[in-house]
Design a protein around this ligand. Structure first.
Ligand SMILES: *Cc1c(COP(=O)(O)O)cnc(C)c1O
Length: 471
């Protein structure tokens, strides 16, 4: 497959170039495939639903064709996914897609683990390691650290702001051994990012160490996230006649979003032929995309802190990919969009638990609330002429093409649950009055010794540390 770039369609790159360089330094653009290969109809219409790994294999194959042989791709997928997503019905027309059964209990495991193994594959002929530097404000660092842990030829150094992340997040970052380590920087997240960025532009350092990044714009993180959309849509299609007596339902994917990587992956799955009718883009108070859909003006802005903090993004980088794929009008036909403030997030966690018994995390809760409002009258209100004020929490005023399907009860919603509620135990407990159960792999990490290395916010000290400790 040839990849091109969101800013210059004359760019042609291999999958290897797209993965190993992350973004196109020459244009500042992001890599996207030049076409979306269609999934085989026979595969989509199989009598029994294929396994997650079978779907992964079928979807990944065309993108790596000619660069990763089939048996090596199968080994990558096998090794990346010892866990699967789970689809649970929570009421007659709503499903939760649990994406937190990986090692760090959040959906970023799906992308990061595939990326780590493809990078290792492309690095296999080098006899020196590739050094990944990551600045993190929490969740990305643990997914990346865990995904690269023990992967041959790769070495990871994570920088996080000392004292500015939650105790559980710190445990998840500071307890790695072997080829992954964390530096706790006396500074802010921005300071960590600046240290990493300075390292990437330091030619003397780059002459001595092979450096790379692992950030969320990498196409190797986006593509694998499309696998679970197809998986969930196929399962829901299969189950809906039994669960809800709806034959051939329209499937609406409800996606709690920050950087919009996850939602872009859903668009890729749909382009490839997964049976997905539409999307709900759900955000917290960082409502750059809902505002764009409501007004047509795209205004990136500084992020604000919320309870759904993995979505605190004011300048979502995948806006650029969405714009390269669709016009604003097409987006308005395909998406409903919804945003919720902090009080609304707590109320949503409670409402989900009251109505369904399901304990949802603050990110998934925004999705739940969006879907619950859409199906219980707010979409009908829009059709009947109600004018929503997009500056208030709620739905933006556009009416997607699938709106009638929801009103006619021909649609089901699949809410992407992006993290385990246990990762956000305090806010969940405050909302429902009891603690969410803690998965054993989170409990185990709490017992491990802290190995983070203190680091001053000083580039020369950081560089000296890298040169004397990395090989
Ligand atoms: C990263 C993250 C998100 C946002 O995903 P994007 O791809 O950035 O939109 C949502 N929920 C959780 C728990 C996350 O970690």
């Amino acid at each position: 497959m040839i990849f091109t770039d969101t800013r210059d369609k004359s760019v042609k790159a291999t999958f290897e170039t797209a993965v190993m360089s992350g973004m196109n330094q020459a244009t500042g653009g992001l890599y996207i495939p030049t076409e979306f290969p269609k999934l085989d109809k026979a595969f989509l219409n199989k009598e029994s639903c294929p396994s997650f790994r079978e779907i992964a294999m079928n979807m990944a194959k065309p993108y790596v064709d000619g660069e990763i042989p089939e048996e090596d791709l199968a080994a990558i997928i096998q090794d990346a996914y010892p866990f699967t997503p789970k689809v649970l019905p929570v009421d007659s027309i709503s499903y939760v897609l649990e994406l937190f059964h990986g090692p760090t209990c959040a959906f970023k495991d799906f992308g990061a683990r595939f990326m780590a193994r493809t990078m290792s594959y492309f690095n296999r002929k080098n006899d020196t390691p590739l050094h990944i530097l990551v600045a993190t404000s929490g969740d990305t660092g643990s997914a990346v650290g865990s995904a690269f842990h023990g992967v041959p030829g790769l070495d990871v150094t994570i920088l996080y702001p000392d004292g500015k992340i939650s105790p559980l997040q710190e445990k998840q970052l500071s307890t790695f051994t072997g080829n992954v380590r964390a530096l706790k920087v006396k500074g802010t997240f921005d300071d960590c990012q600046k240290l990493v960025k300075t390292a990437f532009t330091d030619n003397e350092l780059r002459g001595k160490l092979r450096l790379s990044s692992a950030n969320s714009i990498n196409i190797a993180r986006l593509l694998p996230q499309s696998f679970y959309y197809t998986y969930a849509a196929m399962i829901a299609k299969d189950r809906a006649p039994m669960d809800n007596k709806i034959v051939d339902p329209a499937i609406i994917m409800v996606v709690p979003s920050g950087n919009f990587g996850n939602l872009t992956s859903g668009l890729i799955a749909r382009e490839m032929g997964a049976p997905i009718t539409g999307f709900v883009a759900a955000t917290n108070s960082n409502r750059t995309i809902p505002d764009w859909i409501a007004t047509g003006d795209y205004n990136a802005r500084p992020s604000v802190e919320t309870y759904a903090n993995a979505m605190d993004v004011g300048a979502p980088s995948n806006y650029e990919r969405i714009k390269a794929m669709y016009s604003l009008e097409e987006v308005r036909h395909l998406f409903a969009s919804y945003w919720l403030d902090n009080d609304g997030i707590k109320a949503a966690i409670k409402s989900c638990n009251d109505k369904t018994g399901y304990i949802i995390d603050p990110h998934g809760a925004i999705g739940w609330q969006a879907w619950d409002k859409i199906r219980s009258g707010e979409m009908a209100d829009l059709i009947n002429g109600k004018k929503n004020d997009f500056t208030k929490p709620g739905l933006t005023p556009n009416i997607p093409d699938w709106a009638e399907k929801v009103i006619n009860k021909e649609a089901v919603g699949i809410i992407l649950e992006t993290a385990s509620p246990a990762k956000f135990g305090q806010i969940v407990t405050d909302s429902i009055g009891r603690e969410p159960p803690i998965p054993s792999r989170l409990e185990e990490v709490l017992r491990l010794p802290d190995r983070a290395i203190p680091m001053d916010n000083d580039y020369n000290l950081f560089k000296d540390w890298l040169l004397s400790n990395l090989k």
